[in-house]
Design a binder for this molecule. Structure first.
Ligand code: GLU
Length: 302
């Protein structure tokens, strides 16, 4: 059980949790500003968490740049910055607790194995990201075969046995500020991966762990992660973690209606700074957009 030390009753604690895979752009500024404002407007706390478990994609200089960019925006955070890369043993311990209850299983399938299996089946249900759900091939692996593969060091991920996890679970609910009380439907994720081959734990697992560990009471994040709350609610139930409230904000888009993303070269905050823009002007712009309700999927910022 994770205890969130020092959270006062009724206190609002929010967080911004970027992955340092590139420089922040206006979409991140909006996410950070939203979380910061929701805490500051009620005298609450705003935390910064660097989600840097993926060593291949994350870089320490991007993490440093995040702090510098937030300072430039004038968004101050409380307490030390939490870096997930320093907490892998904690995540592994919590995963171990799930494994000991028979709720995880190793999956040795490659992407190609899964695609082949899905193509063979007549009905392949799809998950929230529109990818077919894992067909469960390794769930029923004979114990001796599983043990032999593990002994040989065969590469594998750890999957949640969703049916087992839901077996004794009561109806689970959470509060989404836009929708009210929502009944969680984690089964939409199927046997989701909680630990990857190359990364000790998945985004879903670490983010839910740390939201609880840091005493976050209000999770604000973009609407593309709306479904994630359904899975996070189940993890909270399984591990005895507290459930925060959830509020999802719009994703910013560019002049052509494309979502701002690092991949598509969205203009970075440092490029705006290099052009002589003030950080305060950026937050004023974001504030104006939010007040006028001009931020929507189709919002045009440029
Ligand atoms: N690291 C995640 C991202 O950058 C954070 C998502 C969240 O706020 O839970 O998308």
């Amino acid at each position: 059980m994770v205890c969130a030390d020092g959270v006062k009753a009724g206190e609002v604690v929010t967080r911004f949790a970027p992955s340092p895979t590139g420089y922040l752009h206006l979409g991140h500024a909006y996410a950070a500003w939203t979380a910061w404002r929701r805490a500051r407007e009620v005298g609450g706390r705003f935390l910064l968490r660097i989600e840097d478990i993926d060593k291949e994609r994350c870089r320490p200089d991007f993490a440093d740049a995040i702090e510098a960019d937030l300072r430039w925006l004038g968004l101050d955070w409380d307490g030390p910055v939490l870096r997930q890369s320093g907490r892998l043993a904690l995540y592994a311990g919590a995963l171990q607790a799930l494994a000991a209850r028979g709720l995880l299983y190793p999956c040795f399938c490659s992407r190609a194995d899964i695609a082949r299996e899905v193509a063979r089946s007549t009905s392949a249900p799809h998950g929230p990201d529109d990818a077919p759900l894992y067909p469960g091939t390794c769930r029923g692996l004979p114990p001796a075969r599983r043990a032999a593969l593990l002994e040989d060091g065969a590469p594998h991920v750890l999957r949640l046995d969703m049916a087992a996890a839901l077996h004794d679970a009561p109806p689970l609910t959470f509060i989404d500020e836009a929708a009210g009380v929502v009944t969680a439907h984690p089964a939409m994720f199927g046997d989701v991966v909680l630990a990857r081959r190359d990364v000790a734990a998945s985004y879903h697992f670490c983010a839910t762990f740390d939201d609880a560990a840091q005493g976050v009471t209000l999770v604000t994040r973009a609407e593309d992660l709306r479904d994630a709350a359904h899975l996070h609610r189940l993890l909270q139930h399984l591990l005895g973690w507290r459930t925060p409230r959830y509020a999802h904000h719009a994703l910013l888009s560019d002049g052509e209606g494309r979502r701002l993303s690092k991949r598509d070269g969205a203009v970075s905050l440092r490029a705006l700074r290099a052009e002589g823009m003030r950080g305060g002007s950026v937050t004023e712009l974001l504030e104006g957009c939010a007040r006028q309700g001009r931020i929507s999927k189709q919002a045009v910022l440029f």
